[in-house]
Design a protein around this ligand. Structure first.
Ligand SMILES: NC(=O)C1=CN([C@@H]2O[C@H](COP(=O)(O)OP(=O)(O)OC[C@H]3O[C@@H](n4cnc5c(N)ncnc54)[C@H](OP(=O)(O)O)[C@@H]3O)[C@@H](O)[C@H]2O)C=CC1
Ligand SMILES: O=C(O)C1=N[C@H](C(=O)O)C[C@H](O)C1
Length: 266
């Protein structure tokens, strides 16, 4: 019998951290060996309760972390920075779903893929992976139609537009042989004038407990195509991240995508 994969969680007490812990209780593929929360968190030092009899406690940093095979990160920009430093120092594979990163962090991650196995996805649901493919096809097939991407999330979300909305925008822009730097319109207010031809618009809704909703509107003259996805349970993201971590734990250094996991199941 193969030994379980030694896993760490970064952002372990958050919404996604909690969803992952709930799944890990019944997942014998993994042994959770370290779980990091924010410094000053009420959870720091508390028992993790991932399995009956497990002695693991939440920690607020990576000092003293045991040997690991793979780390899953759903945290924030500052927390990911520290976690990445630990992965690079010890050659640990990293699965990250954290969104809203700045350009410096994006560059750091781009360089990290040369040294460790790295898999990032703005959305770990299977449905969004399919939505992305559908949008790519539709954006290329209807190149002159106006494209708007609307997303809705809970009232605690820190970043906007969502990482998923941006990833959908990048996929559509790529299919139309342009870039978001060139085509994106992130806000409209006041005397905006007519819509810029070829632009990709973004609109953001925040409220209550919405888990995550994304709709791409391709709007022509007298007709419209709507492609959408609605997440109602965070466990879909957690399940996808665990699948990715299992898959990544036996891969060499490089930048891996969620489509690689879907295309070649372990
Ligand atoms: N790719 C995907 O499929 C998905 C991505 N996300 C993304 O994941 C990220 C987290 O989302 P969510 O779980 O809702 O967020 P939460 O705010 O609920 O959780 C964030 C976690 O990070 C911890 N944290 C914050 N600062 C630090 C720090 N400096 N050092 C260590 N830990 C820290 C928090 O600790 P504490 O609670 O103690 O403050 C908490 O455990 C976001 O970027 C979100 O957009 C979310 C869902 C799906
Ligand atoms: O913060 C969230 O909650 C989510 N964030 C991701 C994003 O920014 O796209 C994925 C999902 O929609 C939930």
């Amino acid at each position: 019998m193969t030994p379980p994969i030694r896993l760490a969680l970064n952002g372990a007490s958050g919404r996604m951290g909690s969803a992952l812990l709930a799944l890990l209780r019944d997942d014998s593929r993994f042994e959770l060996v370290h779980a990091v929360v924010a410094p000053g968190s009420a959870d720091d030092g508390q028992p993790v309760n991932v399995r009956p009899g497990a002695a693991l406690r939440f920690a607020h940093d990576w000092a003293g972390a045991p040997a690991l095979d793979v780390m899953i990160d759903f945290s924030g920009p500052a927390a990911l920075d520290g976690a990445l430093t630990h992965c690079l120092a010890h050659g640990i594979a990293l699965v990250s779903g954290t969104t809203g990163l700045d350009a410096a962090m994006e560059t750091r991650l781009a360089q990290a893929g040369e040294r460790i196995a790295l898999l990032r996805a703005a959305n770990f649901s299977l449905g969004v992976a399919v939505l992305t493919r559908l949008l790519r096809d539709a954006a290329a097939a209807l190149p002159d139609w106006d494209l708007e991407i609307v997303e809705a999330h809970h009232n605690r979300k820190q970043d906007a537009p969502s990482g998923t909305a941006l990833a959908l925008g990048h996929a559509a822009a790529d299919a139309r042989k342009t870039t978001l730097d060139h085509a994106a319109v992130y806000s409209r207010e006041g005397q905006t004038g007519p819509r810029a031809e070829g632009s990709i618009g973004f609109a953001v809704v925040r409220g209550g407990d919405i888990v995550g909703e994304h709709t791409a509107l391709l709007i022509g003259q007298g007709e419209r195509v709507e492609l959408g996805h609605r997440a109602t349970d965070r466990s879909i993201f957690a399940r996808g991240a665990l699948q990715a971590a299992y898959w990544l734990s036996s891969r060499p250094a490089g930048h891996w995508q969620i489509d690689d996991v879907i295309a070649s199941p372990p």
